[in-house]
Ligand binder design. Sequence first.
Ligand SMILES: NC(=O)c1ccc[n+]([C@@H]2O[C@H](COP(=O)([O-])OP(=O)(O)OC[C@H]3O[C@@H](n4cnc5c(N)ncnc54)[C@H](OP(=O)(O)O)[C@@H]3O)[C@@H](O)[C@H]2O)c1
Ligand SMILES: *[C@@H]1O[C@H](CO)[C@@H](O)[C@H](O)[C@H]1NC(C)=O
Ligand SMILES: *[C@@H]1O[C@H](CO)[C@@H](O)[C@H](O)[C@H]1NC(C)=O
Length: 374
Amino acid sequence: MSRIPLWVKAVGGVGFYAAAAILIKEKLAGPPFDANVELGGKVAIVTGANSGIGYEVAKELAARGAKVYLACRDKDKCAAAREDIYLATDNKNIFCRYCDLSSLDSVKRFARRIHKDEEKVDLLVNNAGVMWGPREVTSDGFETQLGVNHLGHFFLTNLLIDSLKKGAPSRIVNVASTAHFKGKINTQDLNSSNDYSESGAYNQSKLANVLFTRELAKRLDGTDVTVNAVHPGLVDTNIVRNTGTFTTALMLFLRPFVWPFIKNSNQGAQSVLHVALHPDLQHTTGQYFNLREIAEPSKDALNDKLALWLWLTSEKWTKLRETCKELNVQPLTHPWESVSSISAPDSKLKSNTINLDAVNQVSSSSLRGNSMAS
Ligand SMILES: NC(=O)c1ccc[n+]([C@@H]2O[C@H](COP(=O)([O-])OP(=O)(O)OC[C@H]3O[C@@H](n4cnc5c(N)ncnc54)[C@H](OP(=O)(O)O)[C@@H]3O)[C@@H](O)[C@H]2O)c1
Ligand SMILES: *[C@@H]1O[C@H](CO)[C@@H](O)[C@H](O)[C@H]1NC(C)=O
Ligand SMILES: *[C@@H]1O[C@H](CO)[C@@H](O)[C@H](O)[C@H]1NC(C)=O
């Protein structure tokens, strides 16, 4: 009696699969961030806010009443994002600001303008990022993935540090990745001049995000400015599409089956919002979050000497101290840096590479200092 035509079965099957896929996708992504946090009067900056995770984060901050600066490298894309966010939230306090993280000069101009326009900053989301692609260098000669993902944000954050202190309690969120687990900091060739691998340079840059987070948290101790790193999950954004991974014929075929397990941009933004806004995390700092949970990062990410080496190298490459002087920003120093006998670690450091022995001496002195204090 019930001779259901094949096409009906097929349509029914596809429909059933689609419905199940949607449920699985939502279930896996978890609930949206819904803590009761009002942001009226708060000033937030989001880098790479015209696309993907950054766009969704900026939109939610705007919906909660924050004044939001979209820090972007493409003026037209930024203006379009601003328009969309304004239409979606009715918040007029959304501003586009040109900020190309592959140019120290651009970052400096951006920071100078924020100093001029704002008394304080309450939230900085270091989100912009590039992934894979052939080796390129930034306008300052840094390998691009390290230059944009780490050095640009290192420089930006440090130049905004006084504004963040004025906003305290304030937060910095660094969007990192599980890719950092495979990352190695190539201390002999940080710039990947001799040996470049597309994914290796990305992995290194994401490990740098976690190391920067930990060293920065130490230097911010006692300021009520917190900094944490977060892995947002696997998210279907331009960063993945730009690599071509999702556009190969095989991927087009596999897409419907992979789709439930990959977050959309809005879902990807929820963990970043959690770390940026959750009231329970007001005193949490120096941590690595896997989605919304504090997690153990890689062994290298916990190496304090490496974190210090990377900080000093980044300071040197970006000429941070000079720029702080120029912009009248108080640079963040380590407790040991005020001890006169070891006050100038730079004097022990040669050319572009910083000798790990120098860092060893410095950190063992600081360890002695700590044990004396305790
Ligand atoms: N998607 C994932 O699965 C995933 C997983 C782990 C971590 N992450 C991290 O999530 C962050 C956001 O990425 P996404 O997935 O949302 O990718 P996306 O959609 O490609 O967004 C990246 C943003 O960064 C901007 N950007 C790139 N280079 C820049 C530069 N030189 N100066 C200023 N802005 C620049 C892009 O601007 P344009 O639009 O002009 O290119 C874009 O707005 C990245 O840090 C990424 O490493 C993503
Ligand atoms: C990084 O490599 C480029 C060449 O690819 C070089 O021009 C630049 O000087 C290097 N930068 C540093 C800081 O070593
Ligand atoms: C970078 O990390 C990814 C996993 O996130 C891994 O598949 C890839 O092999 C790593 N690249 C290198 C050069 O280690």
